[in-house]
Structures are given as structure tokens and as C-alpha cells.
Design a protein around this ligand. Structure first.
Ligand SMILES: Cc1ncc(COP(=O)(O)O)c(C=O)c1O
Length: 367
């Protein structure tokens, strides 16, 4: 049986006519940079996330960097974040000359533990970046309360969480700024790199609009330091089509997750938890298991795709050793890195494929 980790082509084929037409419209218009497709997508995302401003940019990584630049994060500042995430979250902090200050995660959700954040705050803390990992929202209320008390802005890394909810609010629309990614494998995926920042703050929005075009409002007049990070019109046109299907696709993922939960019942694995405050979008369906090596070897043998997000936490990565922490200092994260395993998850997954994956897990756990 052939199973894909993410089926981007299968999904495209189902809406091919619409997508192809949208692409051709851009090609015929010649408006490849900042065209009407970009404006339309920004307005649609702002509506979808219930935020005032949405500003397209070239990737989720850039969204994080642009957000921090707008908040003035720079040399000598500290940014509180999670060590259990994709590298981009830490990388952009370090690129701006700031220091990531890691806080351990909650064992059930894999997200930053808000109860540990206050202790990590210092006079140098310039921002807090929680990550809604795997598509499950961070417990935002306690986090926002601590941040507000100290006057520190929160940037939500919602790269994996387009459509995820926290107490009925969309992830990304809760903090000062939300950073979104439309990398092809994301729940709302472009056909290349694409990202966005969102905010309700007019001043931050204005700053971010300038930063993505070399720090200018007017051509060749550069008021602040910027970058070149625009959302491509072709990608925006594709995303305009796909956004209409996002909730339907979220529901398909949620159904697939429930099917996995059933199929894995009774096995020695911890299935993903959904806290009462959250609506999980299952960007990843990630289980925890002690016998990961034996399960992985069976999955490999049966050519079942799988992934470990993330095998080495960021505080132990060679590239960031100056901001690193010694082994054992973030124990919940380190245990998660040893135990997590993500299974195939996408909108085209069938019950038969899931049964096949579950049978392989059963075999691996029994060996
Ligand atoms: C948590 C997280 N943050 C940031 C990013 C960066 O997004 P992009 O790949 O669009 O640059 C990703 C993407 O994989 C991510 O998973």
C-alpha cells in the first residue's frame, strides 16, 4: 500500500480547474508583485482570523523576523520561547542579535508551559514567542496575562496552526502579532514559500508593511531598515482558491485523527490530546511512545512514511550553542524529543491506509 506523509498532489488534483484558472489569471495580468491577488488574500485572511490587518510576506520564517523587527527586537534583547519547535523560531531571534530564552513545555500539548514563563522574564525581555505546535493552540490566557502585567508583546508563531482555535478565537489573532506560514505541507499550503503577519495594531501593521518592502512606503524613500519579503502574486492566487476549502480540510483531518485514536486504542502509545480550550487542526498527528525505535524500524520496513518533529531540541543544537542549555535542563522537552512520532496525516488519507499504519504500530510495539 502506498501512503504519503502529506498528499499535496492529490489535493491539487481535486481542485485543479480552479487553481489552474487562478494561476492563468495572474500570468495574463502580468501583475506578479503586489497584484490584486495579494490584496484579496490579505483581506480574506484578516476576515478568517478576525484581525484588522494581514500582511503577506515570503515565508513563515520571514513573518517571524518581520514581526520582531517591527517590535524593535535587536542586539542584547531576550526573547522567551519554546525549545521544542522548528528551527525558524530560534533562528530569527538569533539573526536579529537577540538571545532566545527557553522555557520548558507542557507534556500533554507539547506547547510552552505558561506557568514557567514568568520566572524567565528579565529586564531584557523584549518579546514572548509561543508556538502553536502541531496545530494545537497554546494556553493563551495565562500567557497573555503574564505578558500584559509586564508590558511584553506576544508574537504567536502560528505557522502550524492556520485555522486552529483557542476558546473560539483563531490562533494567530490573539497576541500583538501572529506569524503564519503557507509552506506547501501546511494545512493551507501554497505551491512554494509564502507567509503572513497579522495584527490588530495599526502602528505595527504600518511598520510591517514597510519592512517587507525595504523599509519604505514611497518608492526609493527608505524610512526604516527593511527586507525584501513580499508574498508572490502567484502564490496568493493559489491560496485564494485553497482558503475556501480550509475548514472542510480541517474537518477531514479531525475525522482522520479520531479514526487514528480509535485504531490505536489499547496500544502503548499516547495519542494527541485536545485540551478543552482548543480546537486542534492536526497539522501533525503526533503520538508519544517509549518503543519508538522498534516501531520506526517496522514503519521503514513497510515503507510507511513518518517523521520525528523534532529529534534535537533547539537548546541542544550546534548552531545555537551560545544560547544553549545543558542536557537535562529542559526535561519535558528532552523526553518529548525522545518519544514523539508523527504519522501520515492529510486530507486524502483513507480508513484503509490508517488501519495499515495502526497495524504496523501494533507490530512494532509487540516486537
Ligand atoms: C513552528 C514553525 N515556525 C516557523 C516556520 C517557518 O515557516 P516557513 O517554512 O514558511 O518559513 C515553520 C515552518 O515549517 C514552523 O513549523
Amino acid at each position: 500500500m502506498t501512503i504519503q506523509m502529506v498528499d499535496v498532489v492529490g489535493q491539487y488534483k481535486k481542485i485543479k480547474t480552479e487553481i489552474d484558472e487562478a494561476i492563468h489569471q495572474v500570468l495574463d495580468s502580468g501583475q506578479f508583485i503586489m497584484g490584486p491577488a495579494v490584496k484579496e488574500f490579505e483581506a480574506s485572511v484578516a476576515r478568517y482570523l478576525s484581525v484588522k490587518h494581514a500582511i503577506g510576506c515570503a515565508s513563515g520564517t520571514d513573518a517571524l523576523q518581520v514581526a520582531m523587527m517591527a517590535l524593535g527586537v535587536g542586539e542584547g534583547d531576550e526573547v522567551i520561547t519554546t525549545p521544542f519547535t522548528f528551527v525558524a523560531t530560534t533562528e530569527t531571534i538569533v539573526l536579529l542579535g537577540a538571545k532566545p530564552v527557553y522555557v520548558d513545555i507542557d507534556a500533554k500539548t507539547f506547547n510552552i508551559d505558561p506557568a514557567l514563563v514568568e520566572k524567565a522574564i528579565s529586564s531584557k525581555t523584549k518579546a514572548i514567542i509561543p508556538v502553536h505546535l502541531y496545530g494545537h493552540a497554546v494556553d493563551m490566557d495565562p500567557l497573555m496575562k503574564i505578558a500584559a502585567k509586564q508590558g511584553i508583546p506576544v508574537i504567536e508563531d502560528a505557522a502550524q496552526a492556520m485555522g486552529a482555535e483557542y476558546k473560539g478565537k483563531k490562533a494567530g489573532g490573539i497576541g500583538a502579532i501572529g506569524a503564519m506560514s503557507f509552506f506547501p505541507s501546511k494545512n493551507l499550503g501554497a505551491f512554494g514559500d509564502a507567509g503572513m503577519t497579522v495584527t490588530n495594531d495599526d502602528h505595527l501593521a504600518e511598520a510591517m508593511r514597510m519592512i517587507i518592502v525595504h523599509g519604505s512606503k514611497e518608492k526609493y524613500k527608505h524610512e526604516i531598515l527593511g527586507v525584501n519579503s513580499r508574498l508572490d502574486s502567484l502564490q496568493a492566487a493559489i491560496l485564494n482558491v485553497k482558503l475556501k476549502y480550509l475548514d472542510q480540510w480541517r474537518d477531514a483531518r479531525r475525522e482522520a485523527a479520531l479514526r487514528y485514536n480509535d485504531l490505536l486504542k489499547g496500544l502503548d502509545v499516547v495519542v494527541p490530546q485536545e485540551e478543552s480550550y482548543a480546537k486542534h487542526i492536526y497539522h501533525q498527528y503526533t503520538v508519544r511512545l517509549k518503543k519508538r525505535e522498534s516501531v520506526v524500524s517496522i514503519l521503514k520496513e513497510q515503507k510507511i512514511p513518518h517523521a520525528i518533529y523534532y529529534p534535537i531540541p533547539l537548546h541542544r543544537q550546534q548552531a545555537f550553542l551560545s544560547a544553549g542549555r545543558s542536557e537535562g535542563t529542559l526535561p519535558v522537552t528532552e523526553q518529548a524529543a525522545r518519544e514523539v512520532l508523527s504519522l501520515p496525516m492529510h486530507t486524502e488519507l483513507t480508513q484503509d491506509q490508517q488501519s495499515f499504519v495502526a497495524a504496523a504500530l501494533r507490530k512494532g510495539l509487540a516486537s
